[in-house]
Design a protein around this ligand. Sequence first.
Ligand SMILES: [Zn+2]
Length: 248
Amino acid sequence: MPGTGAVQPTFNLSTPQVALAIGAHPDDVEFGCGATLAKWAAAGCVVHHLVLTDGSKGTWDALADTAALAARRQLEQRDAARRLCGPRAGETRFLEYMDGELESDVTARSRVARVIRELRPDVVLGHDPWKRYRLHPDHRHAGLLTCDAVVAARDPHFFPDHRLDHHRPNDLLLWEADQVHHVEDVSGWVAPKLDALAAHESQFESTMHAVDGAELDAFRQRITQRLAGLGAPYGFDAAEVFARISDL
Ligand SMILES: [Zn+2]
């Protein structure tokens, strides 16, 4: 994008046939693009999830059984994908890197690129690695891996050991972007996002800051208001917004 001024965003991709959303932890995809995925799934898109870490550190309980937490979070993620996408929920895959220790190295890049070549998405969605002052290293590395794996997956000379056809998606959408390039109108699609987020019960305390019904209602209110605030400048009741890279 030239210059540093405001960019006129694009709106509402035509529904992709296949989408792949890549999150660092179970629940990141639902936070980042859940309503968009619900909308696309209802319109016929097959929606796949790829979660890079095991989520084993997602608790404030210093005595927690982290292996049990990781197992629980996989079940929660699968439930969330079903809640989001119903019969159009595609695969939910896990690379099971240690939570907090994800690296955007060439081995991980190969593994993510392999998934892109296997699932052949039209649109890939992920964390924006260039969001300023992003603290959590897994989110930075997950974003870099997503971008770098798209490059590797599209070109035939990267990772020939995959023995898979290369695959070039049409669009890459990055959530939590500082610079909005693309807006999805998700009016009417906030409810399935909230329902899917509610599948991540193990995260109610540490992420949603909600340990009872009233606090959970307040969490739902915060999310609903945030999406309303993102949509308001464009005349939508609710929106999810992204950086968009189409020159893939
Ligand atoms: Zn996360």
